[in-house]
Design a protein around this ligand. Structure first.
Ligand code: AMP
Ligand code: MG
Length: 330
């Protein structure tokens, strides 16, 4: 994907947080230091911005992203905390702990950012500049590491520029980050579960809880070491028929591009990922459209072919996961 932006670098001075917040507000991509590595931030509620973020990183699949907020009060507006989650947040925030929690109904984070799941990953970072940006912006910011997919995580603004110059809008240079681990991820949708080891030790978490963390249930073929694989993938109730070049009467159609497949006029419902064939737009709409078609009650969703270049690779990856046979009991 060719993206040609002029990437500005600004120092971490008194105006930096406001400038970063303004850029996020306009749908821009802003790299900034956190206590672990540089994150690449986007407005979590803006699906187009989040699609640009995946494109800028060249991320091959839409792994769910962590929503960063300024404090616990802001986190409670987007996610539901039970007693254990609250105890962990109070003990470790701000800091390197991410909690995966049930989404609140009013949660504004777009479906693309949370990969269509009913849960949401939330963190309150401690790094002062990151904190100031979140406070100035006032809404959730998704921020995976600010590197091209497959490269090592950046710990300086120069690393960010090496990978992403011309692909993002702004880099706030706050100097080198403490060479740290990624955040520890604990799932609190059911009994607290260690989803990813990281900057906060298991023993410290267990001390706060007063009991042991659960291990994630093993899924066939999913290595626990791959963080993106820890999230169960979005599974529609309807059967999903991939690369559909025609539509049977009564099927729901997930279209792409101007040309609809034969039989489209007999579809129960049609939603188009991007009538103008734009992969970024399609990525932004993917999960919301899947949910809506699933909610239409059709037994089968016919998904028209989506080109495999650029973000199309990730779109096809998530469609294939959504079409995969559901996990059995266990
Ligand atoms: P990072 O790549 O450091 O930004 O971390 C993102 C990781 O958080 C993903 O790869 C997942 O492993 C995890 N994650 C985010 N959202 C969820 C979720 N809703 N359920 C489970 N894991 C999640
Ligand atoms: Mg990363």
């Amino acid at each position: 994907m060719t993206v040609h932006l002029r990437t500005r670098t600004i120092p971490a001075d008194a105006d930096a947080a406001a400038a970063a917040a303004r850029c996020l507000d306009e749908g821009g991509l802003v790299a900034f230091p956190t206590e672990t590595v540089y994150g690449l931030g986007a407005d979590a509620a803006n699906a187009e911005a989040v699609a640009r973020l995946y494109a800028a990183k060249g991320r091959p699949a839409f792994n769910p992203l962590i929503a960063h907020v300024a404090d616990l009060a802001a986190a409670r507006q987007i996610a539901r905390f039970d007693a254990a989650a609250l105890a962990l947040a109070q003990a470790f925030w701000p800091g390197a702990l991410t909690l995966v929690l049930p989404r609140e109904p009013e949660c504004p984070v777009c479906d693309l950012a949370s990969a269509g799941l009913d849960s949401i990953a939330v963190r309150v970072p401690a790094q002062p500049l990151a904190h100031a940006i979140l406070r100035a912006f006032g809404r959730p910011v998704v921020a995976p590491s600010a590197n091209a997919s497959g490269h090592v995580s950046p710990t300086t603004a120069a690393h960010v520029m090496d990978d992403l110059a011309g692909r993002i809008d702004l880099v706030v240079d706050g100097g080198a980050t403490a060479l740290g681990l990624e955040s520890t991820i604990v799932g609190c949708c059911e009994a607290p579960t260690l989803l990813r080891p990281g900057g906060i030790a298991r023993a410290d978490i267990e001390r706060v809880l007063g009991y042991r963390l659960r291990e994630p249930a093993a899924h066939a073929g999913e290595a626990p070491a791959a963080p993106g694989m820890l999230a169960s993938h979005y599974a529609p109730r309807a059967r999903l028929r991939l690369d559909a070049t025609s539509v049977a009467p009564g099927e729901a159609l997930l279209a792409f591009g101007e040309q609809l497949p034969p039989g489209a006029d007999q579809a129960a419902v049609v939603l188009n990922l991007s009538p103008r064939g734009d992969l970024m737009e399609a990525a932004a709409r993917l999960f919301a459209h899947l949910r809506a078609l699933d909610g239409s009650g059709a037994a089968t969703i016919a998904a028209a072919p989506v080109p495999r270049e650029g973000l199309g690779e990730a779109i096809n990856d998530r469609l294939a996961r959504a079409a995969a046979p559901k996990d059995g009991p266990a």
